[in-house]
Write a protein that binds this ligand. Sequence first.
Ligand code: ZN
Length: 150
Amino acid sequence: MTINDITRQLVRQRAKYLCEYCHSSEKASATRFTLDHIIPQSLGGSDESDNLALACQRCNERRYNFTVATDPQTQAIVPLFNPRQQQWSEHFIWTADALNILGQTPIGRATCDRLDLNDERYDEDDSIRTARQLWVQGGWHPPIEDPRHR
Ligand SMILES: [Zn+2]
């Protein structure tokens, strides 16, 4: 990777220090978030900021080099959420308790599933939902501009 510090900082600021997929806060993480290539490098994606998104380690690992996924509701193959071209709030909503992200569209549902945004493949005690519960108790989750079920 040849992404320079200026680009790296631009991407982090543009994302408001949130993972652009699961909206976890980089500031609450012990390690800095990674830069995700929206079009993967393996498919010719560039290091330009237009092709980069801030992503926590778990989202970056789960996205890997996938660009499409299956909408669990319709079984249609659809593109993954693209934070450069789409609005998070149009595709996702938090549950009332702010522990789970719900896909609102085929893209939202497929992305929730592919990236396992709610860690449903693991035991509840060791999941992102446990961390979110602490963040809610701390009063700084979910991000204030995010839609949330009432
Ligand atoms: Zn994430």
